[in-house]
Every structure is written in structure tokens, then in C-alpha cells.
Design a protein around this ligand. Structure first.
Ligand code: NAD
Ligand code: IPM
Ligand code: MN
Length: 361
């Protein structure tokens, strides 16, 4: 296989899409942190802010311009806040912005780490810092999100909706292989857990299980485990400390990564990366959380998930020292147990947390 060419330049062009609700609040804080960390490593991040999202939709009737994908293609990476507004149906907003970017840029690996930090308490009893250190690797371009389907007899009492999941051998194989390679790189528990529901879904998930077995055979040093998604949901709560890399379909990975987020204290800490590992297209970095309309505009959103996502972006761009600096500044702020937003039991504002992290950089 051809070797991937890692970027060696020091100037990067970043597309910022703050989006809706708290997305705008956390993205500016995260980018400020990324800028300072990159500068400390001798790198420059040039940003272009795109005002796409529901505000744009109210003005133009679309979430982003028709040439948005072409525009984004010219950037090295995308940092996104969140999308979603209480006054517009979610299938309109999300299918108009976030989901098409993931698919068009073939960002097939959605990487969602969950770490129980020092100074953060899990809602589960008996867990100490470091006990949970796992990554959900979610297939991000097909599966249950393939957007294949339609309505028949729309609006009539006998209307029918069909939504088809699409699992390709190519799609399953590449995400499973990504998970094994990640387990090798992490060099922690050296375990990959595969999630399916093949007891009920006898085609797609049976293909997944078969592909998992065959890819696993290429990695004899990595242990494997296969769980049905219902049992996995239970075990994410019962024994989260036993997981290392978890690989799942688009929908199962979506649901499980909210569970892994909350067992490590808050969704306000959960970061994610939508990666095109081939580097043909820009990858996109965003917190796992949404636009949180219940707290939007109050200045109390936790910006740490967005900051860890920005650190993942720097890592992807080859600036791993800068990324580590952000991670350790965040670890320092959390361990100190002073400055923290209400989701972590504190009273600090988004900007107070941002200042605390910036001070430590
Ligand atoms: P959500 O993640 O926005 O919020 C769930 C709960 O977590 C809320 O109580 C919220 O206040 C809290 N929360 C989330 N992020 C937080 C943070 N950084 N700090 C403190 N508290 C935080 O999920 P939801 O309420 O189901 O969705 C709201 C909207 O966001 C919907 O329109 C949904 O479709 C959209 N959404 C978008 C994305 C995305 O753009 N990636 C992800 C999830 C949901
Ligand atoms: C996420 C979100 C999105 C998803 C929604 C908003 C479409 O929940 O990134 O986890 O399901 O992928
Ligand atoms: Mn989600």
C-alpha cells in the first residue's frame, strides 16, 4: 500500500464553521487555544470563518451555499461547532450541512475518545481518574445514515416511510481496519471491541461480523471482543474501564459515544474527529455535543470538548507537540478543580475556562 504523505508545512488554512447555538461560543474559544498552541510550535493557522448554519438558512433558505464543498476543499482542516435550531427540523439542518460534509469528503472514520480526567467525577461509583480511556471508532459515511429511502402516500393516513441502511464490504473493512490500526498505535489494552446486532439484523450485521473476523486475523497481537449493541450499552455503564478501541456502525457509534461521554463526566468534554485517513480531503473536527439550545447564549457552555477536538486537528496536521500542549493544559485546569463550567459542577463561564487553558499554554 502507498505510504501516506504527512504534511510537513508550517502554515495551515483552517475553515471555521461555528454553526448554531453554543457552537459559536465553543468554537471561538477552541480556535484561540489552537492558535496559541500552534504558534508555540512555530506554526501559523490562517482561519476563514463561514457563517453557515441556521442563521444563514433563515436568510437564504439553505444551510450553506451551493459551492460550499468546493470552498472547503481548499482548506487543510475544518473546525465545526454544532448545528441545530429549535425552530427548524433537524433533518433539514443536519442534512444541509454536517452530514453532507462528512460524506462528500469521505471522512469515514469518526474518532471519539472518552477519558476520565483527574479532577472530574464520573456519575458511576468506584471509578478513578484514568480508569476509563477508550475510543469509539464510528463508521461515518454509510450504514444507517446512508439517506436511502423515501415516502409513499405522503400525508395520507396510510403513508409509508422506507429508510434503508447500506453496508458495503469496502466500508466495513476500512473502518474495522482503522480501529485495529488505532489499537496498535495506542498500545494500551490492545483490544478492539466490535458492536453489532446480528441476532436481529441478519444481513448487514452478519457482513460486519464476517469482515471483522477476517480483518482481525491480520492483527494477531490485538485481542478482540464482539458485543451486541444492547449488551454493549449495558457494559459501557457496568464496566467502561475494560474498553480500549470500540468499532461500531454509524448509528450504534453515535449512541454509544454519548454514553461514553457521560460516564467520563460530561458531554462537554467529549471530542471528535471526522477523518479521511487517505488525506485526499480535509478532515473535520467537532465536539460530540450539539447546539444545546437550553444553555445557548448564556456563556456557560463547556468549551473543553471543542478544545480537545482542536487538539485532534493539530495532531492530524502533524503538530502533535502543540496538540499535547493543549491536552496537558486542559488536564491541568481540570485537575486543579477550580475553574469549571456548570456541567462539571462549577460556576465558571466559557470564557473563564478558555482563559484558564490559555494561561497554561
Ligand atoms: P446537545 O448535545 O446539544 O445537548 C444535550 C444536553 O447536554 C443539553 O442539556 C445541553 O445543555 C448539554 N450540553 C451539550 N453540550 C454542552 C456543553 N458543551 N457544555 C455544557 N452542557 C452541554 O443535544 P440535543 O439537545 O439532543 O440537541 C440539540 C440540537 O443539536 C439538535 O438540533 C440536534 O440535532 C443538534 N445536534 C448537533 C450535533 C452536531 O452538530 N454535531 C450533535 C448533536 C446534536
Ligand atoms: C453527532 C450528532 C449527529 C450524528 C446528528 C446531529 C446528525 O448526533 O455528531 O453525534 O448523529 O452524527
Ligand atoms: Mn450524536
Amino acid at each position: 500500500m502507498a505510504r501516506l504523505r504527512l504534511p510537513t508545512n508550517t502554515t495551515f488554512s483552517i475553515a471555521l464553521i461555528p454553526g448554531d447555538g453554543i457552537g459559536t461560543e465553543v468554537t471561538s474559544a477552541a480556535f484561540e487555544v489552537a492558535l496559541k498552541a500552534a504558534k508555540g510550535s512555530g506554526a501559523t493557522l490562517n482561519s476563514t470563518v463561514y457563517d453557515w448554519g441556521t442563521g444563514y438558512y433563515f436568510k437564504h433558505g439553505i444551510m450553506m451555499p451551493a459551492d460550499a464543498i468546493e470552498t472547503l476543499r481548499g482548506h487543510d482542516a475544518i473546525l465545526l461547532g454544532a448545528v441545530g435550531h429549535p425552530n427548524v427540523p433537524d433533518h433539514v439542518t443536519l442534512n444541509g450541512l454536517l452530514l453532507p460534509i462528512r460524506r462528500r469528503f469521505d471522512q469515514f472514520a469518526n474518532v471519539r475518545p472518552a477519558v476520565l480526567y483527574r479532577g472530574v467525577s464520573s456519575p458511576l461509583k468506584g471509578l478513578n481518574a484514568g480508569d476509563v480511556d477508550m475510543v469509539v471508532v464510528r463508521e461515518n459515511t454509510e450504514g444507517e445514515y446512508a439517506q436511502i429511502g423515501g415516502f409513499v402516500h405522503e400525508t395520507h393516513p396510510h403513508e409509508v416511510a422506507v429508510q434503508t441502511a447500506v453496508f458495503t464490504r469496502h466500508g466495513v473493512e476500512r473502518i474495522v481496519r482503522y480501529a485495529f490500526e488505532l489499537a496498535v498505535r495506542r498500545n494500551k489494552k490492545r483490544l478492539v471491541t466490535s458492536i453489532t446486532k446480528s441476532n436481529a439484523q441478519g444481513f448487514s450485521m452478519v457482513l460486519w461480523d464476517r469482515v471483522f473476523q477476517s480483518v482481525a486475523a491480520e492483527f494477531p497481537a490485538i485481542k478482540t471482543e464482539s458485543l451486541l449493541v444492547d449488551a454493549a450499552a449495558m457494559n459501557f455503564v457496568r464496566r467502561p474501564q475494560t474498553f480500549d478501541v470500540v468499532v461500531a456502525s454509524n448509528l450504534f457509534g453515535d449512541i454509544l459515544s454519548d454514553i461514553s461521554a457521560i460516564v467520563t463526566g460530561s458531554i462537554g468534554l467529549a471530542a471528535s474527529a471526522n477523518i479521511d485517513p487517505t488525506r485526499r480531503f480535509p478532515s473535520m473536527f467537532e465536539p460530540v455535543h450539539g447546539s444545546a439550545p437550553d444553555i445557548a447564549g448564556k456563556g456557560i457552555a463547556n468549551p473543553l470538548a471543542a478544545m480537545v477536538s482542536a487538539a485532534m486537528m493539530l495532531d492530524h496536521l502533524g503538530l502533535s507537540a502543540a496538540a499535547r500542549k493543549i491536552d496537558s493544559a486542559i488536564e491541568g485546569v481540570l485537575a486543579e478543580e477550580k475553574v469549571r463550567t456548570p456541567d462539571l459542577g462549577g460556576t465558571s463561564s466559557t470564557s473563564a475556562v478558555a482563559s484558564a487553558v490559555l494561561t497554561r499554554l
